[in-house]
Design a protein around this ligand. Structure first.
Ligand code: URA
Length: 268
């Protein structure tokens, strides 16, 4: 094809298909954009000395909230429905700008077992439910292998809006959304909690130790006002990329099954 003529429609469609197959699902511009700066809270400008007359205006409202604010908002929720409404109305998290919708949770709010993933991906962003894409289908199979399904577990994510391009949520985004997650945990009050992958494990176990060392180990965690037995396991998306690690995840599932029996959790 001569390099100097514009592509025709068929060629443009073929190029789009090629991008999609390569996993490109986000349009970006020619110029780099500092998304990290955009997600930072607007700087609070203090009036400095009394002699300074003019007030320096705060920078234009970049989305970016304050964890104190999300903590106060989350504390107002007396039910999961109230919490969902509060989170849906919240405008302080930069992730919300690029997301299609809030991805609050899925499963049974009365469940004794809660799973926490990383962040919504593209399917979850469209449907507003965690773990509905390929990783979610594997998660369903992992749960089924030990007699669980979504009527017996409650599933949420570390952040409830999709990070652009499926990047990891930043520490600031996680800190901002943590009060929402902790309130979900308090309101569901599970007896067993499983973190899926590195990101929720680091966040909830307050550790920098990686998932391959943390997985399969039970610890008692106090999250908000709720204390729960918790175990990290490998993320199903990781297992799709590294099928040889499924044997480790299987061990964790068996350990989860034992913990359910030890806690005398009745599965209905
Ligand atoms: N991965 C996650 O961590 N969460 C989801 O909801 C989907 C994929």
């Amino acid at each position: 094809m001569p390099a100097d003529r514009p592509l025709n429609d068929a060629e443009l469609l073929a190029a789009l298909d090629w991008y999609r197959a390569a996993g490109v699902d986000l349009a970006v511009g020619e110029q780099p954009v500092d998304r990290f700066a955009a997600s930072m809270p607007p700087q609070r400008v203090r009036p400095a000395a009394a002699s300074v007359q003019a007030e320096v205006p705060a920078p234009a409202a970049a989305p970016g909230g304050d964890p104190q604010e999300t903590r106060a908002l989350a504390a107002k929720a007396g039910t999961l429905d109230e919490l969902r409404a509060i989170m849906d109305a919240y405008e302080g998290c930069g992730l919300k700008l690029r997301a299609t919708r809030l991805c609050f949770a899925d499963g049974n709010p009365e469940a004794e077992i809660m799973l926490v993933g990383e962040a919504p991906g593209s399917e979850e962003d469209l449907q507003g439910k965690p773990f509905v894409g390929k990783a979610g289908q594997l998660l369903d199979r992992m749960l089924a292998a030990i007699g669980l399904d979504r009527t017996k577990v409650f599933i949420a994510n570390t952040v409830p809006w999709r990070p652009p391009g499926n990047r990891e949520p930043s520490p600031e985004e996680m800190a901002l959304c943590q009060p929402f997650l902790f309130r979900q945990i308090e309101l569901v009050a599970p007896r067993i909690l499983v973190t899926l992958g590195n990101v929720p494990t680091k966040a909830l176990f307050s550790t920098s130790v990686g998932i391959t060392r943390m997985r399969g180990q039970w610890k008692e965690l106090t999250l908000g006002n709720h204390t729960v037995r918790a175990m990290p396991t490998l993320h199903p998306a990781y297992l799709l990329r590294q099928p040889a690690s499924k044997q480790l995840a299987w061990r964790d599932m068996l350990s989860l099954k034992q913990a359910i029996a030890a806690e005398k959790i009745v599965m209905g």
